[in-house]
Design a protein around this ligand. Structure first.
Ligand code: NDP
Length: 487
């Protein structure tokens, strides 16, 4: 099972390598076997990446927006044409079930490229009437932007960051997580094939220090990170020392409030999507499921029935619904939180084990797990686990649910299930979260801004809002009369 790329990095339109960089072992999480070996970028490669991006960006920013959009559109088509191969690569690299990577990874990146390809020509400044004289604003590119990705949605994250950056006339240097370095290289190849000039999308591999070197480089104007809150804080502090623009897409401990009038099967479906998709490794997951008292027992009975039917196994088998976690340390972390949950006195309603599957004994599998009788103070209800572990909590009334849902430093996402639409909007209006759902969960179409409040982040990805975050405004005052000078 090999997935060795041509070389570790993609810079200025070609693959390059330098085996003096620290080794990066790429592991298939379902078996633990090594599928590729890469090297972290040496300082020389980082310099090359930023220099080529700076050179290419100037001309790129002067193209008509429709011309930039045309190239992104071609790249979106190539992503779709190669979806099967890209899904397989993503499954090998992340362990996520192929039935997911076929529909949620490269297709999401393709949607994003297509959206910004079309949107950019209409994203303009404004004309401001000053009574005789006038002013206008220009939306201008920032320059070289750095994208830093997490490992749960590697190609999607690379697409979500690069598409609005490039559409707006910037160049991007992208550093994937060292756990999942492969698919960003495939995206770089696709951009080149679609006609993107060399240097505009560079991929450099590495660990945290490579990310830090990129963030602190004086040639970089903006940084966009998808990762944990501690990493986000470090990067934001670093970016702040040089007043760089920053977008932070960070972690969460999001609440899902299910009222007793909700459609039971839909609410359970939403809670399961919000905890078990991608083996629970989704930042916006609803890991705190608050269920109203009168519905609680029926909810848990049916939830456990449905959860026990989830098929765990070979991620490349199209019938498999849940693959392994991404790596050994994540596996250990999730299992340790399951132990913590038991010790804290929560009831393990189902799951909780690391199954040994025939032919996949070295894989990082964990059963989908449901804890009930969880209280707000428990660590499993407060800390981000990033695995398939759902905490079910019970509540009595609306104001109590809202207060408890908001009792967290995070603010990434939230959801409500109810048939009472007035209540749904009233509750959503009071939840402290950047992205909310009513009667569904975890859908993130490119048309909708995505991002967090409180410690879950700053800025937004997707939608026209993302173009705002990859541009700066220039205000231009135009005098049509004489200069009124007292001198
Ligand atoms: P990490 O925070 O560990 O890493 C994120 C990225 O930042 C990695 O590429 C990492 O490199 C890099 N990095 C680490 N230290 C630095 C530094 N000092 N300067 C610059 N870059 C650095 O997150 P994970 O990869 O473990 O991803 C899981 C986290 O991501 C979860 O908290 C999850 O909630 C969050 N996430 C948020 C999303 C959102 O959109 N809000 C979406 C997906 C995930 P390396 O891996 O080599 O350390």
């Amino acid at each position: 099972m090999r997935a060795q790329p041509t070389a570790s990095h993609y810079v200025n339109g070609r693959y390059i390598d330098d085996d003096r960089g620290a080794e990066i072992a790429v592991i298939y999480p379902a078996t633990g076997e090594r599928i590729a070996t890469l090297h972290a970028a040496t300082p020389n490669i980082i310099e090359l990446a930023i220099e080529s991006a700076r050179e290419a960006q100037v001309e790129w920013a002067h193209l008509k927006p429709v011309e930039r959009g045309r190239i992104l559109r071609r790249a979106a088509d190539l992503l779709r044409e190669r979806n099967e191969a890209l899904a397989r690569l993503e499954t090998l690299n992340t362990g996520k079930a192929i039935q997911e990577t076929l529909v949620a990874d490269a297709p999401s990146a393709a949607d994003c490229l297509e959206y910004f390809a079309g949107a950019i020509a209409s994203f303009n400044g404004e004309h401001i009437d000053l009574g005789g004289s006038f002013a206008y604003t220009r939306r201008e590119a920032l320059g070289v932007c750095v994208g830093i990705g997490a490992w749960n949605y590697p190609i999607q994250i690379a697409g979500w960051k690069s598409a609005p950056a490039l559409a707006m006339g910037n160049a991007m240097v992208f550093k994937p997580s060292e756990n999942t370095p492969l698919s960003a290289l495939a995206l770089a190849e696709i951009y080149s094939e679609a006609g993107l000039p060399d240097g505009l999308f560079n991929v450099v591999q590495g660990y945290g220090e490579t990310g830090a070197a990129l963030v602190s480089h004086p040639g970089v104007a903006k940084v966009s990170v998808t990762g944990s809150v501690p990493t986000g804080k470090r990067v934001l502090a670093q970016a702040g020392t040089e007043m760089k623009h920053a977008t932070m897409e960070l972690g969460g401990k999001s609440p899902l409030i299910i009222f007793d009038d909700a459609d039971l099967e839909n609410a359970i479906g939403g809670a399961m999507l919000g905890n078990f998709y991608s083996t629970g490794q989704i930042c916006s997951n609803s890991t705190r499921v608050f269920v109203q008292k009168d519905l609680h027992e029926r909810f848990v009975t049916r939830l456990v029935e449905r959860t026990k039917k989830i098929r765990i196994g070979d991620p490349l088998d199209p019938d498999t619904q849940m693959g392994p976690l991404v790596n050994k340390s994540q596996h250990e972390k999730v299992l340790s939180y399951i132990e913590i949950g038991k010790q804290e006195g929560a009831t393990l309603a189902c799951g909780g084990n690391a199954p040994s599957l025939q032919g996949f004994e070295g894989g990082f599998f964990v059963e989908p797990t449901v804890f009930t009788n969880v209280t707000d103070a428990m660590r499993i209800a407060r800390e981000e686990i990033f695995g398939p572990v759902m905490s079910v909590l019970s509540f009595e009334d609306e104001s109590e649910a809202i207060a408890r849902a908001n009792d967290t430093d995070y603010g990434l996402a939230a959801g409500v299930f109810t048939r009472d639409m007035a209540r749904a909007h009233r509750v959503i209006g009071q939840l402290q979260a950047g992205t909310c759902w009513i009667n569904t969960y975890n859908l993130t179409p490119v048309e909708l801004p995505f991002g967090g409040s409180k410690q879950s982040g700053i800025g937004r990805e997707n939608s026209l809002a993302a173009l705002g975050h990859y541009s700066q405004l220039k205000s231009v005052y135009v005098e049509t009369g004489d200069v009124d000078s007292p001198y």
